[in-house]
Design a binder for this molecule. Sequence first.
Ligand SMILES: Cc1cc2nc3c(=O)[nH]c(=O)nc-3n(C[C@H](O)[C@H](O)[C@H](O)COP(=O)(O)OP(=O)(O)OC[C@H]3O[C@@H](n4cnc5c(N)ncnc54)[C@H](O)[C@@H]3O)c2cc1C
Ligand code: FES
Length: 254
Amino acid sequence: MIQGIFPVVKAGTQNDNCFEITFKAPDMAKEAKVGQFVHILCDGKTLRRPISICRIDKAEGTLRIVFEKRGEGTAWLSKCKEGDELDILGPLGNGFPLCDTNKNVLVVGGGIGVPPLLGIADFAADGCDAVLGFRDRDHLCLIDDFKSVAGNVFVMTDDGSFGEKGFVTERVRALVSEKAYDAVYACGPSPMLKAVSALAAEKGIDCYISLEERMGCGIGACLVCACKIKTADGEKYLHVCKDGPVFKASEVIW
Ligand SMILES: Cc1cc2nc3c(=O)[nH]c(=O)nc-3n(C[C@H](O)[C@H](O)[C@H](O)COP(=O)(O)OP(=O)(O)OC[C@H]3O[C@@H](n4cnc5c(N)ncnc54)[C@H](O)[C@@H]3O)c2cc1C
Ligand code: FES
């Protein structure tokens, strides 16, 4: 884990409320794994804001994040531009377990749960099918990035204003019935994660999900982010920040 002040090398937008920043942090990029997150100090805030790593470029020594403006912290972050400097701690948490031999994978993202999955498409390339769901065409993000690396990309919108109308689970149900996937990786709202986990379980496919909990310290010290996980002896509370945010879907107690 590294903490430092890092320069923004690129800043832009994905849609009216969704922003992206690429910052240069060669040592952090070297250490980072797909699915981990960074903790960013936003002006005037005591608590850092957790944002997933969207893309790691180890050769360039850069990390890319994509985030929605929700409250004051992300509103401040959305105004950052090239040349600004950010105080960042990371990489934090555990990433997705990517196996070299498991390259036939399905990623399922909902809304702002889409960004952390791009690294899986980078890794599995043609072997990756992606189902990406958004509220409507005004909330799309990263479609072209996924299309440039993944095998098949299915875009769903709740209102049918772009791609197919409906929830991601409808497409996922069809795909897991047609094709033998080695693993499913998902990130998004809890009801979506629960439904995708159940569909993967029905087909006996390993499924890994990235959970989002309100966070304080981000390093396992404050207990804000507890979640209940099944263990061999019953169940116990783990930290989403330190033990997650990625968990095996079959171990999560909803
Ligand atoms: C592991 C992880 C990865 C995340 N990755 C992304 C991402 O890639 N893109 C993205 O847009 N958002 C992501 N989020 C959500 C993001 O952290 C919140 O939107 C952000 O912290 C809101 O801060 P704010 O100051 O704008 O809002 P406020 O509501 O003013 O924040 C107040 C406090 O609540 C915390 N908080 C508020 N919402 C959340 C939330 N949903 N999750 C955790 N803490 C929250 C803030 O950190 C802060 O301490 C992630 C959250 C977690 C836990
Ligand atoms: S955020 Fe403090 S323990 Fe997880």
